[in-house]
Design a protein around this ligand. Structure first.
Ligand code: ADP
Length: 324
């Protein structure tokens, strides 16, 4: 196998706070190992349109504390097609790139796994998504920051909920998975948590509201956007119709969840994963994700991260049964 000389890094899919810390770590670890490091602009889109820029150590100064991604990110329908990925591979070869680091979520990894297999090209994935819904890693970059953003917002909503005796439905991100709703709900002391992984939660909520009767009128109900038993507004309307005495409000947190400065945890995790990704390329790994399990770096085949689904931690489900 030829010695690795040049590597490239890109960010793809939804942006997540801490992606910059990961880019910085890849660039600096690469340079420390005498590699040339290139950034690809706007994810797979830039890979296909040949937008490579050489990155020096100073190009990644003072970005560890910033949200978003300095390389930009995009969605690329072309990359879903074999021809698009072949064009991307040709650009990698033309730029003499020996290995690629992809920072993104499960969609990005599906593409990464395909280009790696189709062209026998080394690609290492770094999990970057606020949703934390990637198999094979306890944490994804951006999740901790998103959780803290949610907790911050809900603490503020709680003030008004308590003052006015209101029931607030707070919708958070997570189309397929309820990781954000579950963990932030526990952190905020929510009175109920509705997530796609659990059935029968709406019935449980109705029982809870009926039981609490006249005792307590303010509550926070955390709802993951992908809840199966109707969307947040529908569930809120149902509650309103059954309990007309309650003052029901809905707050959809939206994109504030993914913005802002990454937490210390996300910065450190991103730094560890960036270094591990370069290390993996130098050790001839070809199609893996670097993840975190029990606080250690792990290597998981990319195709496994795509095919398998991460499940919510049963301990946390037990906790909500006891504390809520
Ligand atoms: P995320 O990585 O955050 O899950 P997306 O699902 O939007 O974000 O995926 C990002 C990009 O990855 C897509 O725009 C597309 O170029 C590529 N991609 C996603 N799914 C596939 C797939 N099944 N095959 C090939 N490429 C894919």
């Amino acid at each position: 196998m030829e010695k690795m000389k040049k590597i490239a890094v890109l960010t793809s899919g939804g942006d997540a706070p801490g992606m910059n810390a990961a880019i910085r770590a890849v660039v600096r670890a690469g340079i420390a190992n005498k590699l040339d490091v290139y950034g690809v602009l706007r994810g797979y889109k830039g890979l296909i349109s040949n937008e490579f820029i050489k990155l020096k150590s100073t190009d990644v100064s003072k970005i560890i504390q910033t949200g978003g991604t300095i390389l930009g990110t995009a969605r690329s329908p072309e990359f879903r097609e074999k021809e698009g990925r072949t064009k991307a591979f040709e650009n990698l070869k033309a730029n003499k790139i020996d290995g690629l680091v992809v920072i993104g979520g499960d969609g990005s990894f599906a593409g990464a796994s395909l280009i790696s297999r189709e062209h026998n090209f080394p690609v290492i994935g770094i999990p970057g998504t606020i949703d934390n819904d990637l198999y094979g890693t306890d944490y994804t970059i951006g999740y901790d920051t998103a959780l803290n953003n949610v907790v911050d917002a809900v603490d503020k909503i709680r003030d008004t909920a308590s003052s006015h005796d209101r029931v607030f439905f707070v919708e958070v991100m997570g189309r397929e998975a309820g990781f954000i709703a579950l963990r932030s709900g526990i952190a905020c002391g929510a009175e109920a948590i509705l997530i796609p992984e659990l059935d029968g939660q709406v019935d449980k909520l109705m029982t809870f509201l009926a039981d609490q009767g006249k005792k307590k009128k303010s509550s926070i109900i955390m709802v993951a956007e992908g809840k199966k038993e109707g969307n947040t507004l529908e569930i809120a309307r149902l509650v309103e119709s059954k309990f007309p005495e309650l003052d029901v409000r809905v707050s959809i947190l939206g994109h504030i969840q993914r913005g802002g400065s990454p937490t210390a945890y996300d910065r450190v995790t991103a730094s560890r994963m960036g270094v591990a990704a370069v290390d993996a390329l130098l050790n001839d790994q070809r199609s893996i994700m670097v993840g975190i399990a029990d606080n250690d770096i792990t290597h998981v085949p990319l195709n496994k991260t795509v095919k398998l689904h991460k499940t919510v931690n049963p301990d946390l489900l037990d906790i909500i049964d006891l504390l809520i």
